[in-house]
Design a protein around this ligand. Structure first.
Ligand code: AHR
Length: 497
């Protein structure tokens, strides 16, 4: 037990709201994310569904209160021509999904199916439009098709396809990874392309729901990218700037998702902790050009990335999910919460069956991953007020290298309840921590915990509940101080009243 850990919470000094959109998700036409994972077709008898959307998956996601869902990519977005995905299904053309396994895409899941899913999930859509291989006209037509209330060629077409009312999609991404699969552009070139697209993504006809435009953001710590976008794009046409960061050990040797040693674990945690430096770096640049913090940072792809499960298609990015992923998620969400004055959205990659998924499916069966349980525990932070804090933590040391063992964030919800999330990434030690509560008195503390015997533990279709959250009674409240021991590789959520 290590007693060097201390957290001070100023429970009455919170000013910043933690946007619920930090808890967003991402669904790409990739592997079995859409097809098989979310959508099984309207005719199947294999699994219960409503209008083709898997009921089990929809119900599980609703329990997370997911605030938004990004679609249709990813790299796929810059190859996607939305008109291929509307109208009678038998007339929709098939295309080749060239980024992800060269499989045939029959376009049976398109804009109307996506909006049906959004309706069932009771969440907000975030659409990434095609810039890399599309046209300005095609993009602006899509916005008009989805959003225009009055009579126009695109709204007439929408009505003809069965939906006279506009869908009112607020969040639009102007391309994806423009520095890579979205066109291999330079920052300077993309900034101009963005200005052109943004000009014609017409919002002048909108009354109540202004379109929120998000620029394709930097990879990791490419600060030059953010600098150029913030400098060269007028801020009245820029609402958000993306950032993508994956926790990858080595792009040419990512390692197994379930069979890993401490070296690999430590490297994954190092990459995950890089998020703090990356967000702070982009934030400093954004602060320089936008001191009033009007433009949001949208970390619209993040998560752990490993080798695919043995025997599965290398282009489908299907990976298992262990306690390593749980603490990766806990730590990352703490980072986003603590930067809530600038980070306005984040999207875990990806929601079902791809990368750090919250749900895995196998035909008619599903499992909820350890990451699912973290998202479920952390949902109390959505739209709550961030509590300013100071954290002193011991290090997790491995081979002479160090990482902070404990990460934390805290918020106060609209009923005055305070939630404190604590993640201990130390593989070998539990850590005792003292929490000083300043500003208010509390009567009780309760808690939940996610932990398991081994860091490699995960849920399988044969043992779906090996890793799940349980009640945590280990926190003791004494006047204005709480003490608890956070077990090695665990995530704890405390509730104070
Ligand atoms: O999430 C998988 C891929 O990772 C996305 O398609 C792309 O944007 C990123 O490189």
């Amino acid at each position: 037990v290590n007693a060097q850990n201390k957290l001070v919470l100023n429970t009455d000094l919170g000013e910043t709201q933690i946007s619920r959109h930090i808890y967003g998700h991402f669904s790409e036409h990739l592997g079995r994310c859409i097809y098989g994972g979310l959508y099984v077709g309207e005719e199947t008898k294999l699994v219960p569904h409503i209008n083709g959307m898997r009921t089990d998956v929809v119900e599980a996601l609703k329990k997370l209160d997911i605030p938004n869902l990004r679609w249709p990519g990813g790299c796929f977005a810059d190859t996607y021509h939305w008109k291929d995905g509307i109208g009678p299904k038998e007339d929709r053309p098939t295309i080749v999904n060239s980024w992800w396994g060269n499989v045939t895409e029959d376009n049976s899941f398109g804009s109307h199916e996506f909006m049906e899913l959004i309706k069932q999930l009771d969440t907000e859509p975030y659409i990434s439009g095609n810039v890399g291989s599309g046209t300005v006209q095609e993009f602006s037509d899509w916005v008009q098709y989805m959003n225009f209330e009055g009579k126009s060629p695109m709204s007439d077409l929408r009505a003809q396809n069965g939906h006279p009312e506009p869908f009112k999609v607020k969040y639009w991404g102007v391309g994806n990874e423009a520095w890579g699969c979205g066109g291999h552009m330079t920052a300077e070139y993309y900034a101009n392309v963005y200005r052109q697209y943004a000009t014609y993504i017409n919002t002048s006809w909108e009354k109540d729901s202004r379109v929120f435009k998000i620029a394709s953001g930097a990879s990791d710590d490419d600060y030059h990218w953010t600098e150029v976008l913030m400098r060269d794009i007028p801020h009245n046409m820029l609402d958000g700037v993306g950032v993508h960061h994956y926790s990858v050990i080595d792009w040419s040797n990512k390692g197994s998702a379930t069979d890993f040693n401490e070296d690999q674990y430590f490297t994954t945690m190092t990459r995950a902790w890089d998020m703090e430096r990356i967000v702070s770096g982009h934030e400093a640049i954004m602060d320089k050009y936008d001191p009033e913090k009007k433009v949001g940072m949208m970390v619209d792809e993040w998560g752990g990335w490993y080798d695919v499960e043995p025997g599965t298609n290398g282009g489908f990015l299907y990976q298992q999910n262990t306690m390593r992923d749980a603490v990766l998620a806990g730590m990352t969400l703490n980072i986003f919460n603590n930067h809530a004055d600038r980070v306005k959205m984040a999207n875990l990659a990806q929601v079902v069956n791809v990368l750090q998924a919250v749900i895995l499916t196998d035909e008619e069966r599903i499992i909820l991953t350890p990451t699912y349980h973290v998202m479920e525990m952390y949902k109390v932070h959505q739209d709550a007020t961030l509590i300013p804090m100071n954290l002193k933590t011991a290090d997790y040391e491995h081979n002479g290298k160090k990482l902070p063992a404990i990460s934390a964030s805290a918020s106060k919800d609209e009923n005055g309840k305070v939630h404190v999330s604590l993640t201990n990434i130390d593989l070998n030690k539990e850590h005792e921590i003292t929490i000083d509560l300043r500003g208010e008195d509390f009567k009780s503390v309760s808690g939940r915990i996610l932990k398991s015997g081994k860091v490699q533990d995960h849920n399988t279709f044969d043992e779906p509940n090996k890793v799940k959250a349980s009640v945590f009674n280990g926190a003791k409240l004494n006047k204005n101080s709480i003490t608890l021991k956070v077990p090695a590789v665990s995530v704890v959520m405390l509730e104070l009243e």
